[in-house]
Every structure is written in C-alpha cells, then in structure tokens.
Design a protein around this ligand. Structure first.
Ligand code: NDP
Length: 277
C-alpha cells in the first residue's frame, strides 16, 4: 500500500517539498505519495488529526505552524526541544514523534556539500529566530572556535547564547551581541539566518565582518544574489551560497527518519538551484 506523507502550511503553494520527496521516493524505490496540505489558521490540530485518521504516516511543517507542531507533538527530539519548533512529524498509533532537521540540514550542506568544515572556524550567525535556534546545536557539535549570534533585538541574541551555553558540552565560546558590537571582528563563516532577504533588506553588517576566504551563506533560497550576498561580494567574498542545499538536506534527513534510507540530494539541489547572479 502506498504510504502517505505531506507538508502542511499556510500558504503552501510555494512549497518545494512534494517535488523533493517525490524525487527521493523515485530514486530510492519507496512506495509513497507526498502532497501539500493547506491548513486554515488556528486549525492546525484538526487538520493534522484528519490527515492521520486517513492513514497519513508523517508530515513536514512549514510557516506558520512550526510552534503549533511543537505543542501538538507527544515525543519531542532534543533538536525540536532546543529549537522550540518542529519541522517534521512521524505518526505511530497515538504517538506523534517530532524533529527539527533544519539545523542538521544546514550543517550537512556546509560541511558535506560545500566542503567547508566548521571545526576551528569563527562562526557568525545573524538572526535569533526559529532557523537560528535550530542551527545552534548542530553548529556547536562541529566544534567551531567561537559562535557569535548577532541580532537586531539584542535580548533575543543574548537569550539564545545563554541557552546554547547550557547545551555546549565542547566548551565552545558563545556570545549574543548587537550589530554595533561586531566592530573589529571577522568571521570565517557568516550565516544570514534573518528573514531580511525575504523583503530585499540586509541587516547592518559591516563588510569587515568577513575574514579572508570566508563563506557567506544565505539561508533563504531561490532568490539569486540577495542584498546580504551582494554585501559579501562587495567585501571580496567569493564563496557564496544560498539555502537550497539546506532545504534538500533537511528533507533527506526527514526521509531517512521516515523510511530508513537516505536519498542522494545532488539531483534535487541541481533542479532547484537558482544562480547567484
Ligand atoms: P524568524 O521570523 O523566526 O526570525 C527572523 C529573524 O530575522 C529575527 O531574528 C529578526 O530580528 C531578524 N530580522 C528580520 N528582518 C530583519 C532586518 N531587516 N534586519 C535585521 N534583522 C532582521 O525567521 P526564521 O528563523 O524562520 O527564518 C529565517 C530565514 O531562514 C528566512 O530567510 C527563511 O526563509 C530561512 N530558512 C531557510 C530554510 C531552508 O531550508 N533553506 C529553513 C528555514 C528557514 P528580530 O528578532 O529583531 O525581530
């Protein structure tokens, strides 16, 4: 029997998840159907209940429901607990297992696909929202030289840095700062995990924040050269990436969790890549 999976969100038309998971199912020979589910706002639980009652096995969760999924889950993985948000669910009887694969997908893209180890590197994470929360543990697990979280609202960066310190068994220095505090500091890897690019804006980051040979990574995807990537280019950065690989890798992690087989992501990344020009 064909197993049913879906991505739930509102809006949902833009989601690439059905394309990605259908491609993964084809290359791995898995018998599954993956669709989009538009949930009315305020009716997340009812919509998921109906999907489960119809035999649904698992769901990806996108905006604005990652917090609703957190509340709905019965069994939260540590990644979801720290992120305070859920992007994948697996249904087994009454159990709703919940994960957040965004951070692990990001790190896999950077380290594995882009060949940029984070160990011993100075890492700057811009933004203190859901994507940053999800990325904290997987980045710390790589053993960077330091991790600095910079955010427009300073208190949120400080709060996340404090949370990260409690989870930080490797003793990596973690700081939460404002943009004005970055003067004179340069980083080997700069992640833009703000949502500024979605409105063609860029946080007030100085070009001096990029160390020679730095990687500038934009978590948003499919937008070409965003204002952040342009800023990095102006700073002389030649290693630029957007979040298409992160998207594919978090999907591959969910697929592995659901089906026990990890698909190769290269074809999907190739299909979805928008040139950075
Ligand atoms: P959130 O809404 O949770 O957080 C947004 C963050 O951006 C906040 O810290 C906010 O600061 C900051 N911000 C927004 N506008 C500006 C601005 N103009 N200048 C400075 N800071 C700003 O968003 P998410 O964490 O969910 O998403 C962040 C990005 O990551 C988005 O671009 C999203 O598309 C991308 N993403 C990509 C994924 C992928 O698979 N590639 C997966 C998940 C997310 P403040 O706290 O001060 O409001």
């Amino acid at each position: 029997m064909t197993d049913r999976y879906a991505v739930i969100g509102n809006p949902i038309e833009q989601s690439k998840s059905p394309l990605i998971h259908t491609a993964f199912a084809q290359v791995t020979g898995q018998d599954l159907a993956y669709t989009k589910v538009l949930s009315p706002l305020g009716e997340f639980a009812q919509t998921v209940d109906a999907f489960r009652a119809a035999g649904g096995r698992g769901m990806n969760v996108t905006a604005p429901f990652k917090l609703d999924a957190f509340a709905y889950a019965t069994d939260l993985a540590p990644s979801a607990q720290l992120a305070g948000a859920v992007n994948a669910m697996k249904f087994e009887g009454d159990k709703i297992f919940a994960e957040n694969f965004d951070g692990v997908g990001l790190v896999r893209d950077v380290v594995h696909n882009l060949g940029c180890p984070l160990q011993g590197r100075r890492v700057l994470l811009m933004g203190a929202g859901g994507a940053t929360r999800g990325a904290l543990l997987p980045i710390l697990a790589q053993g960077p030289a330091e991790l600095v979280i910079v955010n427009r609202t300073l208190s949120k960066a400080q709060e996340l840095a404090a949370i990260a310190q409690t989870q930080n068994s490797g003793g990596v220095p973690v700081r939460g700062v404002g943009y004005g505090d970055l003067q004179g500091q340069a980083f080997d890897v700069v992640f833009n995990a703000t949502s500024a690019s979605l409105t063609a804006q860029v946080p007030p980051l100085s070009t001096s924040a990029f160390a020679p040979g730095a990687l500038a990574y934009e978590l948003a995807y499919g937008k070409g050269l965003t204002p952040f990537l342009k800023l990095a280019q102006q700073a002389g950065v030649t290693r630029l990436a957007d979040g298409v690989g992160m998207l594919a890798e978090q999907a591959a992690e969910a697929f592995l969790w659901w089906r026990g087989v990890r698909p190769d992501t290269r074809a999907v990344i190739h299909t979805l890549t928008v040139p950075l020009v």
